[in-house]
Ligand binder design. Structure first.
Ligand SMILES: NC(=O)C1=CN([C@@H]2O[C@H](COP(=O)(O)OP(=O)(O)OC[C@H]3O[C@@H](n4cnc5c(N)ncnc54)[C@H](OP(=O)(O)O)[C@@H]3O)[C@@H](O)[C@H]2O)C=CC1
Ligand SMILES: O=C(O)C1=N[C@H](C(=O)O)C[C@H](O)C1
Length: 250
């Protein structure tokens, strides 16, 4: 067997980070060499000889972490949400100086969630109306979720490619927020509720029918196969990859 991949986890004591620490420790082909928390210097990754870092921190911290890793030749798997087009462009800029490094940004590691985004992309051109409802635990910092933002983006691109216009909506008078956030012309509604983990519905409608694509993560273990797959693959995918689609062959 090859030597195990040396992995550092950033945000190690968090809800996701602690699961990732466990998953990396249990997998036969990965070895945890650094568990970095907010107060720890990032140089712990270098000291531990990390080949891959997994970022599960906070939208405010993630960019600095990626930059450090790229500059130090460490591949990065990014689970942290909050990276939009301007942030991804900055990552591409850093990678231009280190073309051998891979950065894999995963809006969602759950296989079912990746599939549901793809299904939504496929369905988009057949329906006049679309809205997204994402539902999460109340400790989540960002809204809408990274998954919902990505779903809205791919649905909007598919609609545009099919020549569909704006989603019909006659609203002229509304209470602020009543129609949700507008992400590339797709309305996204964010629910925060005790008892939930991570859930999403993409609702499509056209004359006489609707289609709902729903995904539920009931446990953060649902994300770990995707985390491990990303760790295994990122080193052989230099540059920036967004989403797990290519890794899953979809
Ligand atoms: N892609 C995916 O499939 C998934 C992505 N996520 C995303 O992962 C991220 C983490 O989620 P979750 O584990 O629930 O969050 P938590 O708040 O439980 O964990 C975040 C961890 O990061 C640390 N942290 C926070 N701010 C900083 C900072 N400025 N510098 C360094 N470390 C920091 C926290 O430290 P401290 O303990 O001191 O607060 C904490 O340990 C979120 O962006 C979330 O959206 C979550 C689930 C799945
Ligand atoms: O904060 C979370 O919990 C999650 N964050 C990611 C997101 O913003 O989409 C992925 C998943 O929804 C869980």
């Amino acid at each position: 067997m090859n030597n195990p991949i040396k992995v550092g986890v950033l945000g190690a004591r968090g809800r996701m980070g602690s699961e990732a620490v466990r998953a990396v420790g249990e997998a036969p082909d990965t070895e945890l060499v650094a568990a970095i928390n907010r107060e720890d210097p990032l140089t712990g990754l270098v000291d531990g000889g990390a080949q891959v870092a997994v970022d599960l921190t906070h939208p405010d911290a993630v960019l600095d972490n990626i930059r450090f890793c790229v500059e130090h030749g460490i591949h990065v798997v990014v689970g942290t949400s909050g990276l939009g087009t301007p942030e991804l462009d900055r990552v591409r800029g850093w990678l231009a100086d280190r073309p051998e490094v891979g950065v894999l940004v995963a809006p969602n590691f759950a296989i079912g969630a990746v599939l549901s985004m793809r299904f939504a992309e496929l369905a988009a051109k057949f329906f006049e109306s679309v809205e997204i409802v994402e539902l999460h635990h109340p400790k989540k910092a960002d809204a809408p979720s990274g998954t919902a933002a990505r779903t809205a983006q791919v649905v909007a691109q598919a609609r545009a490619a099919a020549g569909l216009g704006a989603v019909p909506d006659a609203t002229t008078k509304e209470l602020d927020g009543a129609r949700g956030a507008d992400v590339d012309g797709v309305r996204v509604h964010s629910v925060r509720m005790t008892g939930l983990v991570a859930h999403q519905e993409v609702l499509f409608g056209t004359e006489g029918e609707t289609l709902t694509i729903r995904h539920d993560s009931y446990d953060r273990r649902s994300f770990m196969p995707g985390v491990l797959l990303s760790i295994r693959e990122v080193g052989s995918r230099p540059g920036l990859t967004v989403g797990l689609d290519a890794l899953l062959g979809i």
